[in-house]
Design a binder for this molecule. Sequence first.
Ligand code: ZN
Length: 281
Amino acid sequence: MVFYKPNIQFLSDHSVDPDKRRYLLASEASKHYIDIDRYGKYPYKELPASYDSAVKKFSEDTIMTNGIVPWWVQTVQARLTNAFKEKNPAKILKLSAEIGHYVADAHVPLHANSNHDGQLTGQKGIHAFWESRIPELLSEKEFDFMIGKAAYISNISSFIWKRVLESGAEADTVLQNEAFLTSKFATDRKYAFEERNGKLVRQYSSGFTVGYNNTLKGMVERRMRTAITSTASLWYTAWINAGQPNLKNMQPLAFSEEDLKEFEILEAAWKYNNIKGRLHE
Ligand SMILES: [Zn+2]
């Protein structure tokens, strides 16, 4: 309450920095997903939980191509813990915004499946449909984001792997339900020209969006709620593991020249570049 709440605007603005970075660096993309189905069958016992063991078994190339989000979350978490130890408010906020992004991505079923945009099954567009169109249309009025208190996470590796396994397990439902509903909808009712950010664009119609969300029985809301709890709990855990530094005296913020430069570069890359590496993450 004393530290994060006054900086809620910064956290919100900068939670998308990792996606902007994808317009700058090809190496960024793999931090946002894991194609876990490439490692056999649920619960993927063949895939070691530790990064080093996984690389030893499958090669760094394969691990990178298939995505590293469960490991990357742990790396950012270690950095966040260090920022708390250093009592560096600018660093804490930057890393808090970033870990929120990566851990939330890990809660999205299509961030844990190789058919990540339905590209293998003629369902292109489903990625943004699930993670953008549904929340944009329904979250404000219909989703409940009161989630209660953050909890201490004693084993971060097993925590993030659990979330990723849940996501991977739900990917089939995400894809199958869309295909089923499509078979029931005339194309001219599936898509419609509707307003998005003040512009008229062709997108999944409201009717199709609401219908699809109903077939998912609250999945999008549930994953968003869990993502919020996970983010809050990781922040809280980093603070505990850093020895609970007093946050009251950590205002106001001062970002270094370097930070400000980085924000500028990210913003420009996102505005003027094409995306690098894999799309739709
Ligand atoms: Zn992302």
